[in-house]
Write a protein that binds this ligand. Sequence first.
Ligand SMILES: Cc1ncc(COP(=O)(O)O)c(C=O)c1O
Length: 461
Amino acid sequence: MGRHETNAARDIAGLIHPYTNLDQHRQTGPIVITRGDGAYVEDDTGRRYLEAMSGLWCTSLGFSEQRLVDAAHRQMQALPYYQIFASRSTEPAIELSERLLGLTREFGFDKALFANSGSEANDAAVKLAWYYFNATGRPKKKKLIGRVRGYHGVTVMTASLAGIPSLHADFDLPVPGILQADCPSRYFYGQPGETDAQFVDRLVGNLEALIAREGADTIAAFFAEPVQGAGGVIVPVPGYWEKVQQVLKKHDILLVADEVICGFGRTGNMFGSQTFAMKPDIMTVAKALSSAYLPISATLVSGRVYEGVLAGSRRNGAFAHGVTYAGHPVCAAVANEALKIYEERDVVGHVRRVAPRFLERLCAMGDHPLVGEARGVGMIGAIEIVQDKASKKPFDAAAAMPTLVQDAALDEGLIVRAIRDTIALCPPLIVDDAQVDELFDKLGRTLDRVLAQARRNGLVG
Ligand SMILES: Cc1ncc(COP(=O)(O)O)c(C=O)c1O
């Protein structure tokens, strides 16, 4: 057996794969990635792919940034681990808190709480919000608002907040106390003839009605990604955030901006909250924080929230929350180096230079017979696979058309991700114009091949 076959057999024998059809996987097996080089990865058969999803929306600096490797190595040698419970600390964790608070100065965050993953950062945001409202004498303010198509992670609480039904099915979720607001996509949820402004007014009216029904005094926080990623790359309709924030402010509902995908340049600003003029009370970051080279996340809180948490700690003696690897010195050292690179190489400026080409080529995909909508901002985008453009009708689920596109793209040497009927694109931020062209040339050929096959099968005219 070759290395490829051996890997596949061992994988099938031993692993449960996240977000994978486990039964199908027993037949198809894995693609085993063995090497990375810039925006490309290579598998154990030697095939090379342009990685147009940055792994899971995260390797912003590509797959071979030596400075991150060196930063990890240096810190491993100096101090491979120490913890930050009970007033212990490490220099990388201190430096990272300073860097994050510096980068987010305009939002007025006061403190950073570290963890390992986006899920934990959002889960901590829930706990901080509860702790804050208890400490400030409003113990009834506990419910949380998520959104249709929202994604915030997989812990019991963050999966409950998701507006994606598969995260709930058979997991006995959501837990009580979760409310759901609308998704700000006019393509999916707009009514015929509705303008952007009318759509926003309808959504905001629904939000007001939800709050009135439940009672503002029972609602703690509104969780939202500036651009919804895993729900299908939903760029909010213009005017949405301005009006939603007015409602939240009026009812003293905390805004938690989940910047796990949008943070660190993805939308053409350092944070998605800047792109959409959001003023969150809490912000969560992960993924590109370390360009995903090591797991680390942070929950950033405003002075007001921190003062409440401090008051709670005065009452309880200790702020009884934290994970073993919080602020892990090696992960923090890599994150510090990533943030230095973003600054020194002006990664946001680079995104602004390359994004127009990315968005132009993305938009052009909208003309393809299989594409109902092409949407994006900065260096994140998606195309919507449809059977019929005029009615936006998707293919029958049994045709598994988006998965066919995803698999056909692999044959072209391109990694994209199928999410329901959406093909998501989120390339490393380091790609240049030529690589953007390569991405869309490959995607175009992929769509043409899938279309030809669909025609042969009588699925389209
Ligand atoms: C917006 C958003 N929040 C949270 C998460 C969860 O992060 P993690 O998978 O690191 O727990 C993700 C993961 O994709 C995400 O996209």
